[in-house]
Design a protein. Structure first.
Length: 415
């Protein structure tokens, strides 16, 4: 059958191209509306009426930098000078512990390896240096796991050097490993030159980077992280306590590490878990051991009191669907590859505004897992969480006539 059109006018009984385009646009806009505003899952509870504004975070009494981070999302809840360069002092040993745990997981070293307390490790980090030490005898060996505990609990500089030498041959080579792993974690403003944290040129980090490190340590190597909750450890007949006072003050605190020297002041990276929520706090350059503990606990209490973490979308569950041209199927389900979580002020979850950014036209074939767009979640006009949207299933290319028909409609809608 052939249709004949008079110049400048549509054939009788047939809609104009403009009418077709309008109908198609209406159809597409419905699908796009679904994509632009996917509802968070699970459904939020009813809004809290007349919510009171959250008070400001309890700023540490004296510090060079500080930060509070939600563990699940990595969101910064509060902070000051968080990206300023600071000396990490013995918090450096968390980076050392992370590297050793990673190398152990890779099978390069083993927990029962016998680690030598070398002459250099003893002279640079032992009891005679007037710094924190583990007490392992010089020129003798101890299991790697015990040496790790001596570094974590007693903050032993000697143990940190001995472990570095065992893993990489020299402390200098180990520092290269530290910087490589730091880059993988996302620590963009850090550089390490030793394993213990004593002051040295070009040995620095930031409160934000250290929080990222603490979060990665808890997530990636929980067994090794657990050493940081041990309250005391005995080596060679000498029992020393963990310097993290919060372990005695609050049962929800299970780490992470203290630090101190004249250039860094008193520092503390702490973490606590209450119910299903975990926070990480970093306080740098405090005035005393007690003050860093007081300030850190105040930040943790404030965070738990005024913020909550929610899972918005889970992998494998469709968020929305999108029109697909020239495919065997006309639509594809979109979802997230990783759980999308968000930390929000308590009572404000119903105010979240999710939206989707997707291409105007999607043409088959579409592979399962293919990144299609982005889902963003905003609060008060600010994006607080986002994640890539991926196709949950594949859409194969349609047959010749299906492709031809869709090509016509795509052309028709092109004006």
């Amino acid at each position: 059958m052939k249709f004949r059109f008079a110049a400048g006018a549509p054939a009788r009984g047939l809609p104009s191209k403009g009418m077709f385009a309008a109908a198609l646009a209406t159809t597409f806009s419905i699908g796009l509306a679904l994509a632009q505003a996917p509802a968070p899952q699970p459904a939020p509870a009813a809004a809290t009426p007349s919510a009171v504004a959250i008070p400001g975070a309890p700023k540490p009494a004296q510090s060079t930098a500080w930060l509070l981070m939600d563990y699940a999302t990595g969101q910064v809840l509060a902070g000051e000078n968080a990206d300023a360069r600071v000396e990490p002092a013995s918090i450096t040993k968390v980076m050392t512990a992370y590297v050793i745990a990673a190398e152990t997981a890779a099978g390069k070293v083993k927990p029962d390896d016998q680690v030598l307390m070398s002459e250099r490790a003893w002279r640079e980090g032992g009891a005679r240096t007037d710094g924190s030490f583990s007490g392992f005898p010089v020129n003798q060996r101890a299991p790697l796991r015990d040496m790790e505990k001596g570094m974590a609990v007693q903050s032993g500089n000697d143990a940190a050097i001995a472990l570095a030498e065992h893993v990489a041959g020299t402390q200098e080579a180990f520092a290269d490993l530290m910087n490589s792993y730091a880059a993988k974690i996302g620590m963009k403003n850090s550089h390490f030159v030793n394993a213990h944290g004593l002051s040295a040129p070009e040995h620095y980090s930031t409160a934000h980077d250290l929080a990222l490190l603490g979060r990665a340590f808890i997530r990636d190597y929980p067994e090794t992280y657990a050493f940081n909750s041990v309250k005391e450890f005995t080596v060679n007949g000498i029992t020393q306590p963990n310097r993290n006072l919060l372990l005695w003050r609050d049962p929800s605190v299970d780490g992470i590490k203290t630090g101190h020297h004249s250039g860094a002041g008193y520092c503390l990276m702490s973490s606590a878990k209450r119910d299903d929520q975990r926070l990480v706090a970093v306080v740098m350059g405090s005035s005393s051991e007690r003050q860093r503990a007081d300030d850190s606990l105040a930040l943790l209490n404030w965070g738990f009191r005024f913020f909550e973490t929610h899972k918005l979308y889970e992998p494998g569950k469709p968020v929305a669907q999108l029109k697909v041209w020239k495919g065997k199927a006309d639509q594809v389900q979109l979802g997230v590859a990783e759980p999308l979580l968000v930390s929000v002020p308590r009572g404000r979850y119903p105010e979240l505004k999710p939206a989707m950014e997707v291409p105007k036209s999607l043409v088959a074939p579409v592979a399962a897992g293919q990144e299609i767009g982005t889902v963003k979640v905003s609060l008060d006009g600010k994006v607080i969480a986002q994640a890539p949207l991926v196709a949950t299933t594949a859409v194969e290319e349609g047959g010749f006539f299906k492709r031809l028909w869709d090509a016509f409609w795509m052309w028709w809608d092109s004006d």
